[in-house]
Design a protein around this ligand. Sequence first.
Ligand SMILES: [Zn+2]
Length: 75
Amino acid sequence: MMAPHRKSPNHIRELRERVQMLVRERLGGRVICTRCGATFSTYADKCDVDLDVRCPGFNVVDRVQMQAEKEVGLT
Ligand SMILES: [Zn+2]
């Protein structure tokens, strides 16, 4: 279990929701993977087909999410 520093669980959850919102805002409708042509809303289905190969789209989401986490102060 992770030990959040001086942040209540509710606050953490709120920040996570904000992060998800930001990610959706930034990637929504865009093609994030040139290999399979997935958009943010479809990459989970399209890109996870072959689990041995990490989808480029996953990295895009990861990067945007990490940036958003920094912005809301989650990291
Ligand atoms: Zn892909």
